[in-house]
Design a protein around this ligand. Structure first.
Ligand SMILES: Nc1nc2c(c(=O)[nH]1)N[C@H]1C(S)=C(S)[C@@H](COP(=O)(O)OP(=O)(O)OC[C@H]3O[C@@H](n4cnc5c(=O)[nH]c(N)nc54)[C@H](O)[C@@H]3O)O[C@H]1N2
Ligand SMILES: Nc1nc2c(c(=O)[nH]1)N[C@H]1C(S)=C(S)[C@@H](COP(=O)(O)OP(=O)(O)OC[C@H]3O[C@@H](n4cnc5c(=O)[nH]c(N)nc54)[C@H](O)[C@@H]3O)O[C@H]1N2
Ligand SMILES: [Mo]
Length: 764
């Protein structure tokens, strides 16, 4: 990345310097409203801002393209959005445009020297563009020629498995279903998605524990819970609307427990945006308890809590655990209890970074609360033992029988707004035989049966040359994946890379020999007279209708793009009426209904205000679709990192001013960092021991097997973190994450367990 003549695959050096300032400790409130309006007005002017902010997440409006937190079933306030949802909307509904002239004026190398924020702020993509072999920039191409180019590449492959079809999580149910249908008719299951990097560990862990890879709570359960755990999740930034549910619970007197190396703003205090004018005080206190676990200390913490519960249960003759539930509904309790009896307190304390007294306190809450909800996000999934983390949460929930009754349950909080729906629609590299059988019978073709590549395997396949065509339905594969330099090499080796996108990002700049950008409609825009549907984090499927005129007359919907790519590639070979489905999504939903369980009367029910819940046996009936019909306790060791002197464990996290790889701004108000993103947070004593002073520039080196990777020039920020823990922002730190460092069985990159050392910055 130091060569000025080649494309920068990593975010380039910053031209601004991060400054340390006041840390905002009350989430939301006036500053959030000011930010919301500021972002909106800057990107899209006052009229558009008002119109959009009043139709987000309304029953007749569009689904917020930010996170997957559900909308209230009954009462919706006029403004069902948050500061960061508003930023996501403004980012898409911006009035700025990228035209052919922009690409004529800027070579790929020149664009790559711009920051991620600059790339994102150039506006919406407006027409299809091609970068031809040997050229240094993109030029316009007609839609017909673009599809013909894709078809010629795909049809020239020796095997369909040489192509990769990635999906990010904003794609609608309709587009996702048609896309996987095309990919499987073309002949491959190479359908990696952002979920592979996100909640895959939750899907695998929950599938085994309770027979469904989804959560078991409804939003209304938050009104009934006595205790809510929020583990490895930062809702103040990433799911701000969740704070309303937590606030209401806190006001009812529910106990709210944060388990996190960081005491995140939002978990401390929160002012509801709709109450802000009459409640100018300090906000509601959200978390009643904060347990500052060490990074990856969760299995130790959970085992400690369970050990206390089991011992207390034995002392009281069975008064603590839910023995009826355990006996009737579960398998594996004895093995878990044996393992817990044998686990030593020294190991639990060392592994969790917490004292026995702290763990006893958490156990006391758990024993005393009748109805408990367990929420989590990336702090649990993105570790080598990510699946074991989730299974351990499930263990704790099962001990109290907290599944299948009101006010209790497991709640993986999803990321992208339709990531859960995309999976339901068949975007998955390991489809079940049942799903493929249904496709076969409804569409009359033989779907491929061997599993495809997940995200990390796809990088490897492009690197070795086993795959030579990359197609991305949204997302930013280059910057979101681990090992940025390695992934860049992988993408560059392709013959063709294609991105269906709304906005410019770095993945468009690190190309195969030939590359295409296909611009598409976003959530906020009218898609002719059609509407789409999405599934939120709690399994509610509902309609989403954009209201704005499209950013350009040349844009196609994702569904149209898939249909035309399919026609160009498969031609008369395909038995499917692609253009018919793209013209009328009702016909597509009729097919979904025949393939995917739970979508009966899809067209009718999706038109009902608020949509409908998908069936969920553990939630609705405490029934478990596992081979033996039982929920499963499983036994997991406490992970060991055996850090050498000077080594720290790094978690890569989001700032308050980004959506994944889209950087809205350079401030992280909730952590007191302003004007720059290249920072590394660490305990003051660890900074000193590394021979560094606060705010000094440092280089970060990661260590994996015998390999090292370096990210240069990060400002050192002393922060309230447990010892030997550090944090830096994604995607700047992705270059440090080895592609092979992934979770057992889910293969999710261990983005939050990177062994690093810090050293004073040296100019190369
Ligand atoms: N505004 C905004 N909203 C978003 C996103 C965004 O980028 N911006 N991204 C969306 C997506 S795709 C997702 S997946 C979600 C992500 O939502 P989060 O999972 O909340 O996102 P992260 O920033 O990765 O934060 C992880 C949290 O886990 C903690 N943590 C890290 N390691 C550990 C650990 O070992 N144990 C415990 N207990 N805690 C740990 C960190 O301190 C941090 O608070 O948000 C979604 N919503
Ligand atoms: N180090 C580190 N890396 C991580 C993570 C981490 O915590 N740490 N988190 C991981 C997680 S949880 C996730 S989910 C992934 C995210 O990975 P991705 O989903 O691949 O990345 P995004 O940054 O969300 O993608 C943004 C791009 O999507 C396009 N886009 C936006 N809206 C639309 C739309 O409606 N349609 C289409 N076609 N395109 C659209 C825009 O062009 C935009 O530039 O990153 C992962 N990477
Ligand atoms: Mo995610």
């Amino acid at each position: 990345m130091t060569n000025p003549d080649s494309v920068y695959a990593e975010p380039p050096p910053e031209t601004t310097e991060p400054r340390l300032g006041r840390r905002e400790e009350v989430a939301s409130g006036i500053p959030a409203i000011v930010q919301t309006l500021k972002f909106g007005m800057e990107a899209m002017g006052a009229g558009r801002t008002a119109k959009l902010l009043t139709t987000i997440n309304q029953k007749q409006g569009f689904d917020c393209p930010s996170c997957a937190w559900p909308d209230p079933d009954d009462h919706r306030s006029v403004a069902e959005f948050c500061e960061n949802g508003a930023k996501a909307v403004a980012d898409e509904a911006t009035t700025k445009r990228i035209t052919a002239k922009f690409f004529a004026d800027h070579s790929l190398v020149a664009l790559s020297q711009k920051s991620d924020m600059w790339l994102g702020k150039q506006g919406r993509l407006t027409e299809p563009m091609v970068k031809r072999a040997g050229s240094d920039r993109y030029e316009p191409v007609s839609w017909d020629d673009a599809f013909a180019l894709i078809a010629s590449h795909l049809n020239a492959l020796a095997s369909p498995n040489e192509a990769i079809f990635y999906t990010s999580g904003r794609t609608s149910n309709e587009a996702a279903f048609l896309y996987q249908l095309f990919v499987r008719q073309f002949g491959t299951n190479n359908l990696p998605d952002c979920s592979n990097m996100c909640h895959e560990s939750s899907g695998v862990g929950l599938g085994e524990a309770i027979g469904i890879g989804k959560g078991t709570v409804k939003l209304s359960d938050f009104d009934k819970a006595n205790a809510i755990f929020v583990i490895g999740q930062n809702p103040g930034t990433n799911h701000p609307r969740m704070l309303s549910a937590l606030q209401a619970a806190a006001r009812r007197g529910a106990t709210i427990i944060s388990v996190n190396p960081l005491q995140e703003t939002g978990m401390t205090r929160f002012t509801h945006p709709q109450e802000v004018w009459n409640l100018l005080g300090a906000g509601t206190q959200i978390a009643t308890h904060h347990f500052p676990v060490t990074i990856n200390g969760d299995v130790a913490f959970l085992k400690g809590v369970m050990k206390e519960l089991i011992e207390a249960d034995e002392r009281t003759g069975g008064a603590v655990l839910n023995h009826d539930f355990i006996k009737e509904k579960t398998e594996g309790f004895d093995a878990l209890a044996d393992d817990l009896r044998q686990t030593m307190w020294e190991e639990i304390e060392a592994g969790s970074g917490l004292t026995r007294a702290q763990i006893q306190e958490a156990a006391l809450i758990t024993a005393g609360a009748k109805r408990i909800i367990f929420c989590w996000a990336m702090g649990l999934t993105q570790h080598k033992n990510g699946v074991a983390n989730i299974a351990s949460v499930a263990n704790l929930a099962l001990l109290g029988g907290h599944i299948g009754r009101p006010g209790a349950g497991l709640c993986p909080v999803r990321g992208h707004s339709n990531v859960q729906g995309d999976r339901t629609m068949g975007i998955y590299e390991k489809p079940s035989a049942k799903f493929l059988d249904a496709l076969q019978s409804v569409f009359g073709f033989d779907p491929p049966r061997e599993p495809g590549y997940d995200t990390v395997e796809a990088i490897e396949a492009m690197h070795t040359g086993a795959a030579t065509v990359f197609f991305g339905m949204g997302g930013n594969f280059l910057s979101a994946t681990p090992d940025t330099s390695y992934t860049a090499e992988a993408l560059s080796r392709c013959d063709l890379t294609v991105h269906v996108s709304t906005k410019l990002n770095r993945a468009h700049l690190v190309t195969g020999k030939t590359a295409l950008i296909l611009p598409c409609l976003g959530r906020t825009e009218l898609d002719r007279d059609q509407f789409v549907s999405v599934e939120d984090s709690m399994g509610v499927v509902h309609a989403s209708r954009g209201g704005l005129p499209p950013a350009s007359a040349h844009l196609l919907s994702e569904t149209q793009i898939v249909a035309r790519m399919a026609q160009a590639t498969l031609g008369a070979k395909s038995p499917t009426d692609w253009s018919g489905y793209a013209a009328n999504y009702d016909t597509l939903r009729d097919c979904v209904e025949r393939v995917v369980p739970g979508f009966d009367d899809y067209n009718k029910r999706v038109r009902e205000p608020g949509g409908f819940y998908l069936p969920n046996k553990p939630r609705d009936a405490a029934q478990f679709d596992t081979p033996d019909g039982k929920a499963h306790f499983t036994v997991h060791p406490i992970p060991r990192h055996d850090l050498l002197p000077g080594q720290l464990l790094l978690m890569t996290i989001r700032s308050h001013d980004q959506f994944n790889t889209t950087v809205y701004g350079l401030d992280d108000r909730y952590r007191g960092v302003y004007g720059g993103r290249r920072v590394v947070f660490a305990h003051p004593d660890d900074i000193r021991e590394a021979g560094l002073a606060p705010e000094q520039w440092a280089d970060i080196t990661s260590h994996f097997d015998s390999e090292t990777r370096t990210a240069s020039r990060f400002k050192v920020v002393p922060y309230a973190l447990p010892r030997r823990c550090a944090a830096a922002y994604f995607p700047e730190a992705n270059v440090l994450v080895p592609a092979k460092h992934t979770a057992d069985r889910s293969n999710t990159p261990a983005y939050k367990s990177v062994v690093i050392t810090l050293a004073p910055h040296r100019e190369p």
